[in-house]
Design a protein around this ligand. Structure first.
Ligand code: GLN
Length: 489
């Protein structure tokens, strides 16, 4: 086996190669670790690399395979976003606050992958506490987009997207509160899926906005996302919002023909603010799907314009409550020599949190305070209901909704840093999905100025299988997902 092409394999191809004895998990893991060591000083996509543990797991996986005990991800290397707690391995959430935090337990998602035999290469970089769309807010420094290192990879799961795009891992876990799987997947030219709220356990996934947060896979193909979702999705009694519903095999229907499929195309997703090159790539993708037998239906999501404002009340409100636990008392950063309890709280939080996190805590606490709760928080929840109803109505007539994932391709570092509202508008097409709890996906569909563009698919509740089927069929007819950034091959 020529080592130089091992990192070009998809997860499905890796599984085939391992089964055929073309290479061992130890060889594969060593190869990825060597690439991370050699290339990641440029990209900064990993916060921690767990090389010793990875090699030990790979060795164990090779032994299990030899003994005929082959679990779904036996010996397959992956990376976890540094928001998922990993037993004995630092879990920072991209924050100084948790720079010294070593969890005593695994998140359910991590445990599911361990039980499936996966090898964990390390923990990926992210915006601090998953707040951001550019990966510029990480305490560990920005992540660079492998397609153009002067541009951002998107956020908050920019480390996972970059690791996959630069072939430093064949797949990575990620989380999406308002777009953080789909937007970085789009900007880095990889495939990412945010499942229905409640499909993937949030236990051990550090909370940002609990009613919106959802973990999901990022990989190079829809087929790989299906393989990963098979492992990630589970009913978890430890997460009270986890849904007790059988997990189908998401690979079963991948090759089903698309004839008869009705695709809703919201007029609101093609209005002012959309980059013309992005629009063209998305329209071409829709034409390709029409060729495969799908019908395009123009629809309206009239409350979409209220999604960003409603989100920026609800998400900060939940964040201000969730982040109150970081007080210097139990774990994480603690200031030096506090004078009294108040000083401990104030200096610990003042030192431990970055600017964007502080901004969200301030906004959230304000919206929840007496006198403003009704005007902001209650109103935002009412708007959320209207946004959800738009989708429920649309799914009466269409099977899936499609449009761009983000309004434009990757932007340069610092371009939106001083303008939070411009940054928040990056998620104008993704946020409504989280407010409604629906599954969403981004699939590479073209380039603008050599920068990748993502096609977004929004499905009905628990319709991940159909979305993966559509994405897979699209990827059988196109090769956008097969392109690699220059120098990566
Ligand atoms: N960009 C959005 C935010 O900053 C969404 C982040 C996310 O999905 N984690 O809140």
């Amino acid at each position: 086996m020529d080592n130089s092409i091992m990192h070009n394999k998809t997860i499905a191809e890796i599984i085939t190669g391992l089964n055929a004895g073309e290479f061992s998990s130890v060889e594969l893991t060593q190869h990825y670790l060597e690439r991370i060591q050699r290339l990641d000083s440029t990209y900064n996509s990993f916060i921690s690399v767990t090389d010793e543990a990875a090699l030990a797991r790979a060795k164990a996986a090779d032994q299990q395979r030899a003994a005929g005990n082959i679990s779904a991800f036996c010996g397959v290397p992956i990376a976890h976003k540094d928001i998922f707690c990993t037993n004995g391995v630092r879990t920072s959430c991209g924050s100084k606050m948790l720079d010294n935090f070593i969890p005593p337990y695994d998140a359910t998602v991590v445990e599911n992958f361990t039980n499936a035999g996966a090898v964990v290469l390390g923990k990926t970089n992210m915006d601090e506490f998953a707040m951001g769309s550019s990966n510029e807010t990480s305490f560990y420094g920005p992540v660079k987009n492998p397609w153009n290192i002067n541009t951002v990879p998107g956020g908050s799961s920019g480390g996972s997207a970059t690791a996959v795009a630069a072939h430093l891992a064949p797949g990575a876990t990620a989380t999406d509160t308002g777009g953080s799987i789909r937007q970085p997947a789009a900007l880095c030219g990889v495939t990412g899926l945010k499942p229905t709220y409640g499909r993937v356990s949030r236990w051990g996934m550090i909370a940002f906005a609990s009613s919106l947060d959802q973990g999901g896979p990022m990989a190079r193909t829809a087929e790989d996302c299906a393989l990963m979702l098979n492992v990630m999705a589970s009913f978890d009694p430890k997460d009270s919002t986890s849904i007790d519903r059988a997990v189908p095999d998401y690979t079963t229907n991948l090759t089903q023909a698309l004839s008869g499929l009705k695709i809703g195309v919201p007029t609101e997703y093609f209005e002012e603010g959309l980059n013309p090159g992005t629009e063209q790539a998305v329209r071409d993708a829709l034409t390709e799907l029409e060729k495969q037998g799908a019908t395009l239906v123009s629809i309206s999501l009239p409350h979409n314009k209220l999604a960003v404002p409603a989100y920026y009340v609800i998400a900060p409100a939940e964040a201000s409550a969730n982040l109150s636990r970081f007080d210097g008392v139990r774990y994480g950063h603690r200031c030096e020599n506090p004078k009294d309890l108040r000083d401990l709280y104030m200096r610990t939080r003042g030192e431990g949190f970055g600017d964007e996190v502080k901004r969200r805590i301030l906004v959230g606490a304000y919206c929840l305070s007496t006198g403003y709760y009704d005007a902001y928080y209650r109103k935002a929840q009412q708007v959320r209901r209207l946004i959800k109803q738009d989708f429920v109505d649309a799914f009466e007539t269409v099977d899936v909704i499609m449009g761009p994932t983000s309004p434009s391709p990757a932007f340069e570092f610092g371009a939106k840093g001083n303008d939070p509202v411009a940054m928040y508008l990056e998620d104008i097409y993704t946020i409504a999905t989280n407010l409604a709890g629906l599954p969403g996906m981004s699939v590479p569909c073209g380039f603008v100025d050599k920068k990748p563009v993502g096609l977004q698919l929004i499905g009905n509740y628990f319709d991940e299988g159909r979305m993966l089927n559509i994405a897979h069929q699209f990827q059988q007819a196109t090769d956008w997902h097969k392109q690699s950034p220059e120098g990566i091959e």
